[in-house]
Design a binder for this molecule. Structure first.
Ligand code: NOJ
Length: 979
C-alpha cells in the first residue's frame, strides 16, 4: 500500500456536503458482531419462551460475609455447566452505592478485570452499617431505607428503596458469562444433558424434547446458548479476520428499572437525551446502542451507532426517583433499551469480554447520582480559566505568518479570542512535535506573539507515531518496547494513519508514562528527546485516539493486538483513548514546576476522562440536524461526567451559509467548550470574514460569551466540587416534572439561573420555551418578564437571526463583566456587574468564584468565593454579599478536601480594588425612594418602570440600575433599597 499522501487522504475525505453519508459498511451492526448476535438471540429465545428461567444460581453453602458485614461473596454456577464456577461479590459502599462483581473462578484463562482500576479514583469506602438477613430463597442487606436482595435460584440481584425495586439484575434471565473453554476438547467432549429450564417451563422443555426426537445429538444447552457455535473461534468482518484466540468470552446481563420510565446517558451517541428504544414493540432504532470507540466518518445525526468515546453510565428517572448504573467494562458493549410500560425500562447489556463490574447508584435524586458517580470516578476538572474563552481552529492554519495574520484580524475587528489552534499540517510528515520548518520556522516566536496578548496556542499531537528512525517519539518508544504489539504478541503492530506506516504507544504499560511526559518538557532532558521548540503557552489536542487506524477493522486496531500484561485490544479498547489523553494532560501539567493547569482536548474518552480535560463531538456535518443533535450530545456527555464539552462551531464538513454560521455561534457560546473548527477543504470562515450585518452579530455573540465568563467559571467550579454538570437539562433541575423529561433543546448553565434555548432550525423567527415552574423568568436582553406555571408552561419568544433566547430565572443573581477585551486574561482586573433577578417572593441569590485561573494555588485557599443575596421585607430590598470561602468548610463530593480560605490570600489581594461597577435589579415593585450602601450616602441610580416580579402580568420588568455603587467584590457590603 502506498503511503497516504495529503492529496490521497483528501480525495477520500472530501465530498459535497449534500452527498455526505456515513460509510455504514465500515462498522458492524449487532448482527455482524458475533457476541452481540448471540446476546440478542438469547434475549429473543427468552422472550419467546413463556417460563424462561436463568440457569445461574447461588451456591448457598458457599455464602460468606466479611466480619465488618460489608462484603458478601458466594459461588455461582450455571446448571448447564456444573463444572464451571463463578464468583459473585457484592459490596455496599458508605454512600449506598452497591458494587456487584461476577467473574469466572479458576477458569481456563483470566477475564479482564482492570477496567474499574482505570476509571475509579480510589478504592471506595465500605459501609459500616449493614444488617444481613438470610432466608431460604434469598439473602438481604439492609442499610437505611435501601435494601439489596440476592435471590438464590435463579440468581437475581435487586436494589430496593422503601421496599420498592429500583434496579433488578437478571430479572429477565439474560445473565450469561461465556466461560473460557478449550476448542478441541470442547468439540469432542460429551456433556451431560442439562435440565430443562424450569419445572413447568413447558415451552422450553418441549422445545428440547422435540429437538431431541428429531436429532438425537442435539445440543441440550441450545435453549439457552443457541444451536451453533456462532463465531466462537474466529470472526470475519469485511476483509478482516479476528483470530479470537481466547474463544467466546462475552457477558450478557439484563438490568431492569421497574419504576423508571425514562433513561439517559451511555454517551456518546447522536441521539435524543431521553434515550429512544432499540427493542420491544416498534423500537425507534433497530440496533442496540453501541459503545465501541470509533472514528465514524460523516456520522448520522440520529443513530445508536458508536462514536469516538464511551461512558457506560446510565440514569433511570421517574418523578419519584432517579437511580444510576455504571458498568466498568472496557470492551465493546451493546445496550438494548425497551419499555414494557411508560413507567418501566428494561435494558440488556452485551459486552465482548471482561467481568461483570456493576455499580448500582441508588440516588434518589439526579444530584445524588452525580455525587455517587463522582465519588467513584472523580469530579470534572476545574480547567484553566482562559480555556473557557473562544478557540479559533481550522485544519489548517498553514504557517506562523498565517497565525499572526489571523490574530491581527481578530484584533482589528475587536473580536475576543483566547486560543489559536494548529492541526496536523504543522508537523513535518505528520510527525507530531516536529515542526514543518519551512512553514513554521519560528514556533517559539509565533507562540510568544500570541501569548503577548494573553493568548495561548493548542497544537495537535495524535497517537499514531510514524515508523521512521528520524522520529524520536517513535524511535524511543520502540527502543523502550512500549508499542502495542501484533496479535501474536511478538512484533510491533503497524497500521496506517495520517503519518503513513505508524505504531501506537501502549499506555497500559507503566514504562511508557514518564517517558511520554518527558517529551512535552520545553527544556532539554538528559534522558531523551523533549520538545524544546515549544513553550508553556502551548497546550494539546489529542485526536484519532479511538484509535483511528485507516486500514484496520472498523477503522481501528485489530482486537487481537496485544497490550501490556498480555491483554488483547478487545479487552481494553474503550479505555485505550482515555489513557493517551490522561497522560498528555499530566505531561502538560508537570512540564512546569510548580505545575500549571493543563488544557488537553480529547476526541476519545471513557469513564474518568472528566478528571483530565475537555472533549468535543468530532466530525459533525454542516447541517441543521447536526447542529441540533450537537446540543443533545453535549448534554448527554455532561450527565456522564464530561461537562467540558462542545461541538465544532460551523460544522466540520461543509461551508455554512451566514445564517447557519450565526446560529452555530449561538449554540457554541452556550457550550462549555467553544471552538470553531473546519475541514481542510472548506472555505475560510473566521468570523472577521463575514459581511455585515453577520460580522457584527458574531462579534456581539463572542463578546457576550466573554461578558459571561464569570458565570461559566463559577459553574465549572461548582461542577468540580459537586459533579452536577455545567449544562443542566430539565430533569436535573426539575426532577419531579414529567413534562420536562424529554426536553433536550434548552438547559440551564450551572446553578446560575441562566436558561438557554439555542435555535437550530433554518429560517426561525420565533420559538417556544418551556418554563417548568410558577416563577418569573426575565429575558436576558430585554428584561421582559415571562411567567411560568406550577404544572409547566410553554411561552413563545422572538428568535430573529440576531436573537438567541436566554433567560434569567427569577431568584438569581448573575455576575458578569461587561467590558469584553481581546482575550480573557486581559479582563482580570475589570469590574463586575450584578444582575439581581428578583423572584416572585422578592428574593434572589447567586455566587461568584474567582481564582488566578492557571495555577493550583486555589487548592491552597487562594480564591475568592462570594455569595450575593437579595431579600425583600417591609418595603425594603437588601442586597448583600459575604465570603463563602471564609465560611464554608467544604469537601468535594469525591472526597477532596477543599482548601479553607486563606487569610493571607495572595490572589484576593491582587483583585482587592476590583469594583462592582453596576447593579441591575429586575422586577422591583416600584420606583425606589432611596438607594444607599448601608450607612452611606444616596447612590446614583435610575429606574425604568415596568412589571413587578411579585405582581401580575407580563411585559418589560421594572428595572433599577445602580451606577458605580463603589463597592468592592472582595469585601462585605449591603445595599439598601427603600421602596
Ligand atoms: C479528525 C478530527 O476529528 C478533525 O477535527 C481534525 O481536523 C482531523 N482529524 C485532522 O487532524
Amino acid at each position: 500500500m502506498q503511503p497516504w499522501t495529503l492529496v490521497g487522504v483528501l480525495s477520500l475525505l472530501l465530498a459535497v456536503p449534500d452527498a455526505l453519508a456515513v460509510k455504514s459498511h465500515d462498522f458492524k451492526t449487532c448482527s455482524q458482531a458475533g457476541f452481540c448476535r448471540r446476546g440478542r438471540a438469547l434475549s429473543a429465545r427468552a422472550a419467546e419462551t413463556k417460563a424462561w428461567k436463568s440457569p445461574y444460581s447461588v451456591d448457598v453453602s458457599s455464602i460468606a460475609i466479611t466480619p465488618d458485614k460489608a462484603v458478601f461473596t458466594a459461588g455461582v454456577h450455571s446448571s448447564l455447566y456444573p463444572d464451571i464456577h463463578f464468583g459473585l461479590e457484592l459490596r455496599v459502599h458508605e454512600d449506598g452505592v452497591v458494587r456487584v462483581r461476577l467473574d469466572e473462578v479458576n477458569g481456563l484463562r483470566k477475564r479482564y478485570d482492570e477496567a474499574a482500576s482505570w476509571a475509579l479514583i480510589a478504592e471506595p469506602k465500605i459501609s459500616q452499617d449493614i444488617t444481613w438477613t438470610a432466608g431460604k430463597k434469598d439473602i438481604r442487606a439492609k442499610y437505611g431505607n435501601n435494601e439489596v436482595v440476592v435471590a438464590f435460584e435463579p440468581l437475581t440481584v435487586s436494589l430496593l428503596r422503601g421496599g420498592k425495586p429500583q434496579v433488578v439484575l437478571n430479572g429477565r434471565g439474560l445473565l450469561h458469562m461465556e466461560h473460557f473453554r478449550n476448542k478441541k476438547v470442547e468439540e469432542t467432549k460429551t456433556e451431560e444433558a442439562a435440565p430443562a429450564p424450569e419445572e413447568g417451563a413447558e415451552d422450553a422443555a418441549e422445545q428440547v424434547v422435540l429437538q431431541a426426537e428429531a436429532e438425537p445429538e442435539v445440543n441440550p444447552r441450545a435453549w439457552f446458548e443457541g444451536e451453533t457455535e456462532d463465531d466462537w473461534w474466529e470472526e470475519r468482518f469485511s476483509t478482516w479476520t479476528d483470530s479470537k484466540p481466547k474463544g467466546p468470552e462475552s457477558l450478557s446481563i439484563d438490568i431492569s428499572f421497574p419504576s423508571h420510565g425514562t433513561i439517559y446517558g451511555i454517551p456518546q451517541h447522536a441521539t435524543r437525551l431521553a434515550l429512544p428504544t432499540t427493542a420491544g414493540d416498534s423500537p425507534t432504532f433497530t440496533d442496540p446502542y453501541r459503545l465501541y470507540n470509533a472514528d465514524v466518518f460523516e456520522y448520522l445525526a440520529s443513530s445508536p451507532m458508536s462514536l469516538y468515546g464511551s461512558i457506560p453510565v446510565l440514569h433511570a428517572h421517574s418523578a419519584d426517583s432517579t437511580v444510576g448504573i455504571f458498568h466498568a467494562v472496557g470492551s465493546e458493549t451493546w445496550i438494548d433499551v425497551s419499555h414494557a410500560s411508560d413507567k418501566s425500562t428494561e435494558t440488556h447489556w452485551i459486552s465482548e469480554s471482561g467481568i461483570l463490574d456493576l455499580f448500582l447508584m441508588p440516588g434518589p435524586t439526579p444530584a445524588d447520582i452525580f455525587a455517587q458517580y463522582s465519588r467513584l470516578t472523580g469530579t470534572p476538572v476545574l480547567p484553566p480559566h482562559w480555556s473557557l474563552g473562544y478557540h479559533q481552529c481550522r485544519w489548517n492554519y498553514i504557517s506562523s505568518e498565517d497565525i499572526r495574520t489571523v490574530q491581527k484580524r481578530f484584533d482589528e475587528e475587536d473580536m475576543p479570542v483566547d486560543v489559536f489552534w494548529l492541526d496536523i499540517e504543522y508537523a513535518d510528515e505528520h510527525k507530531y512535535f516536529m515542526w514543518d520548518e519551512k512553514n513554521f520556522p519560528d514556533p517559539v516566536e509565533m507562540t510568544n506573539d500570541v501569548a503577548a496578548n494573553g493568548r495561548k496556542m493548542v497544537v495537535i499531537v495524535d497517537p499514531h507515531l510514524k515508523r521512521t528512525s528520524n522520529y524520536p517519539a517513535f524511535q524511543e518508544a520502540s527502543d523502550r518496547k512500549v508499542l502495542v504489539k501484533q496479535p501474536n504478541g511478538e512484533g510491533e503492530y503497524e497500521g496506517w494513519c495520517w503519518s503513513g506506516s505508524s505504531s501506537w504507544i501502549d499506555f497500559f504499560d507503566p514504562n511508557s508514562w514518564d517517558w511520554w511526559k518527558g517529551l512535552f518538557k520545553t527544556t532539554a532532558l538528559k534522558s531523551g528527546w523533549s520538545w524544546t521548540s515549544s513553550t508553556t503557552d502551548i497546550h494539546i489536542w489529542n485526536d484519532m485516539n479511538e484509535p483511528s487506524v485507516f486500514n484496520g477493522p472498523e477503522i481501528s486496531m485489530p482486537r487481537d493486538n496485544i497490550h501490556y500484561g498480555g491483554w488483547e485490544h478487545r479487552d481494553v479498547h474503550n479505555i485505550n483513548g482515555m489513557l493517551f489523553s490522561n497522560l498528555s494532560s499530566k505531561a502538560v501539567q508537570e512540564r512546569t514546576d510548580p505545575p500549571q493547569r493543563p488544557f488537553v482536548l480529547t476526541r476519545s474518552f471513557f469513564a474518568g476522562s472528566q478528571r483530565f480535560g475537555a472533549m468535543w463531538t468530532g466530525d459533525n456535518l454542516g447541517t441543521w440536524e447536526h447542529m441540533a443533535v450537537g446540543v443533545q450530545m453535549v448534554l448527554a456527555n455532561g450527565i456522564a461526567g464530561m461537562s467540558f464539552a462542545g461541538s465544532d462551531v460551523g460544522g466540520f464538513f461543509g461551508n455554512p451559509e451566514p445564517e447557519m454560521l450565526i446560529r452555530w455561534y449561538q449554540v457554541g457560546i452556550f457550550n462549555p467548550f467553544l471552538r470553531a473548527h473546519a475541514h481542510i477543504d472548506t472555505k475560510r470562515r473566521e468570523p472577521f470574514l463575514l459581511e455585515q450585518p453577520y460580522k457584527g452579530i458574531v462579534k456581539d455573540l463572542l463578546r457576550l460569551r466573554y461578558t459571561m465568563l464569570p458565570v461559566w467559571y463559577t459553574a465549572f467550579r461548582e461542577t468540580s466540587v459537586t459533579g452536577v454538570p455545567v449544562l443542566r437539562p430539565h430533569y436535573v433541575v426539575f426532577p419531579k416534572d414529567p413534562k420536562g423529561f424529554a426536553v433536550d433543546d434548552q438547559y440551564f448553565i450551572g446553578a446560575s439561573g441562566i436558561l438557554v434555548k439555542p435555535i437550530t432550525t433554518k429560517g426561525a423567527t420565533e420559538t417556544t420555551v418551556y418554563l417548568a415552574e410558577d416563577e418569573v423568568y426575565y429575558d436576558y436582553f430585554s428584561h421582559h418578564v415571562y411567567r411560568g406555571a406550577a404544572k409547566g408552561k410553554e411561552i413563545s419568544v422572538k428568535a430573529e437571526l440576531h436573537q438567541v433566547p436566554v433567560f434569567v430565572r427569577g431568584g438569581s443573581i448573575v455576575p458578569t463583566r461587561e467590558r469584553p477585551r481581546r482575550s480573557s486574561p486581559l479582563m482580570k482586573l475589570d469590574p463586575f456587574t450584578l444582575r439581581v433577578a428578583l423572584s416572585k417572593a422578592g428574593s434572589a441569590r447567586g455566587e461568584l468564584y474567582l481564582d488566578d485561573g492557571v495555577t493550583y494555588s486555589h487548592e491552597k485557599g487562594q480564591f475568592v468565593w462570594r455569595e450575593f443575596t437579595a431579600q425583600t421585607a417591609k418595603k425594603t430590598v437588601r442586597i448583600t454579599t459575604k465570603d463563602l470561602g471564609a465560611e464554608k468548610k467544604e469537601e468535594a463530593v469525591d472526597g477532596v478536601a477543599l482548601a479553607s480560605y486563606n487569610p493571607t490570600n495572595v490572589y484576593a489581594e491582587t483583585i482587592k480594588d476590583v469594583r462592582v461597577e453596576k447593579i441591575v435589579v429586575e422586577g422591583l415593585s416600584g420606583k425606589p425612594a432611596s438607594v444607599k450602601v448601608e450607612g452611606g450616602k444616596e447612590l446614583v441610580w435610575e429606574y425604568a418602570p415596568g412589571i413587578a416580579a411579585g405582581g401580575k402580568g407580563e411585559g418589560v420588568a421594572g428595572v433599577l440600575t445602580i451606577k458605580d455603587p463603589k463597592v468592592l467584590v472582595v469585601k462585605d457590603w449591603t445595599i439598601v433599597i427603600q421602596l
